[in-house]
Each structure stands twice: as C-alpha cells, then as structure tokens.
Design a protein around this ligand. Sequence first.
Ligand code: CMP
Length: 140
Amino acid sequence: MTIQRTLSIIKPDATRRNLTGKINARFENNGLRIIAQKRIHLSRKQAEGFYAVHSERAFFADLCKFMCSGPVVVQVLEGDNAISTNRTVMGATNPANADEGTIRKDFGESIEANSVHGSDSTENAEIEISFFFSQTELVG
Ligand code: CMP
C-alpha cells in the first residue's frame, strides 16, 4: 500500500455544466479522499505559471485562456497510488481516446475542455499541490 497525494483540477467546462459533485463522486467511489478543495477563478498569470512546463507547446495560449474562462475547483486527492489511480479514473487526455466509464470519456468535450487535470508523477504532484495549497490546508 503506497499512500500518495495528487493535485486535481476540475476545469471550467465542467464547473460551467455543474458537474463538480458528479466528478467528486467518481474520485470517492474509487477510493480517493478529497483532503483539500477550493473553487477559484484563475488569473492569466496563475494559469501560465501552473502550465509553464507546456509554454513552448502550440496549444499553450489557448489552454491558458480556457483555464481562465470560468471557475475551477482545485483539490488534493489522497489514496493508495493516488497519482496513477486518478489517471485511470480520469482517462486519456483526449476524451475521444478515453476508456468507457472514465471522467473524460463521460464528461470531456475536447482535448482542451477535458473536464479534469491530474498530476502525472510524484515529483509534479508535490510541485502542483504547493502551487495552490499550504501544508495547513491539507487535512488528511
Ligand atoms: P492537462 O492534464 O490539464 O495538461 C495539459 C493540458 O493541455 C491537457 O490536459 C489538455 O487539456 C491540454 N491540451 C490542449 N491541446 C493539447 C494537445 N494537443 N496535446 C496535449 N494536451 C493538450
């Protein structure tokens, strides 16, 4: 058993369609605990900072604009192998390629408006969690 924490974002396409509760149920039904959560409206600067690793990609500007287009819910999920568990629950980045029953297959609209983000490694999870949360906000 390896208990991990991962950073999750419920994206603007999902908050716009009032899907926060349905998405959170997917996490909880798969053994992930929401140990921190807040609904915020990202500034352009915050979005660019969060996705800095993608700054050279052609989709960077559109991605940042989209992430600022409405509220997001940033959250920390904890559980056994939380990083890979969450990636399985989310499904492939492009909803068109995601497995049946995954969040992105069921709710994602496009590769950009794909409803959720999740950390892809333990290293990035630590960086991403500390981008949005202080240690005292993590209540396991
Ligand atoms: P996310 O997990 O939030 O990490 C980066 C995001 O960039 C990704 O999900 C997608 O929503 C978005 N994106 C937009 N276009 C592309 C693309 N062509 N390839 C990969 N990611 C893309």
